[in-house]
Design a protein around this ligand. Structure first.
Ligand code: HEC
Length: 145
C-alpha cells in the first residue's frame, strides 16, 4: 500500500471503525430491548391465558358438581341400574329385594356399588351426594306381589 493510498483511504477507514464502535453497543441495546419486550409481553399473555384457562376449569368444575349432585336416586337408578334390575326386580342381575342380607350396612353397600362385581359395572363416577341419593332410593324400593 502506497503512502498515497493509505492517505486517501484514511477517512473512510476511520469512519468505518467509528461506526463499528457504535454498532456493538447499539446492537446490544436493541437486543436487550427486544429480549425485555418479548419476555414481559409473553409474560403478560401467558398469565392472561392461565387466568382464562383457570376460569374455564372452575366453571366446568362447578357445572360438573351441580349437574351430578342434582341427580335424584331415581334418576341414577333409571340411568345406571334399571337395565339389569328393572324396577329393582331380577333381570340380567338379581332382584334387589334382599340386598340387605349381603350388604347389611350402607358402607358395605356403597363399597360394593363403587367397585362393582362380575357383570355389574363399578359406579366410581357417582358423587357422595349421588351415592346417598341412590341408597335412599334403593332402601325405599317396594316389592308388592
Ligand atoms: C350390567 C348389569 C348390571 C347393572 C347395570 C347393575 N347391576 Fe347390580 N348386579 C348385577 C349382577 C350380575 C349382580 C350379581 C353380582 C354378584 O354378586 O356376582 C348384581 C348385584 C347387585 C346387588 C346385590 C344384590 C344382592 O342381593 O346381593 C345390588 C344391591 C345391586 N346389584 C345394585 C345395583 C345398582 C344400585 C345398580 C346401579 C347403580 C346396579 N346394580 C347396576 C348386574 C348389574
Amino acid at each position: 500500500m502506497s503512502l498515497f493510498e493509505l492517505f486517501t483511504s484514511f477517512p473512510s477507514n476511520f469512519k468505518r471503525s467509528q461506526d463499528s464502535t457504535y454498532q456493538l453497543p447499539l446492537t446490544a441495546l436493541f437486543a436487550a430491548a427486544f429480549a425485555l419486550s418479548t419476555t414481559t409481553l409473553s409474560g403478560c399473555v401467558m398469565s392472561e391465558e392461565m387466568k382464562r384457562i383457570d376460569a374455564v376449569k372452575k366453571l366446568q368444575q362447578a357445572r360438573d358438581e351441580s349437574g351430578s349432585t342434582n341427580l335424584t336416586g331415581e334418576q341414577i337408578f333409571i340411568r345406571n341400574c334399571n337395565t339389569c334390575h328393572p324396577g329393582g326386580r331380577a333381570g340380567m342381575g338379581p332382584s334387589l329385594e334382599n340386598f340387605g342380607k349381603d350388604y347389611p350396612t350402607d358402607d358395605k353397600l356403597k363399597a360394593f356399588l363403587r367397585k362393582g362385581k362380575g357383570m355389574m359395572p363399578s359406579q366410581e363416577r357417582l358423587s357422595e351426594q349421588e351415592m346417598d341419593n341412590l341408597l335412599t332410593y334403593l332402601h325405599a324400593l317396594t316389592f308388592e306381589k
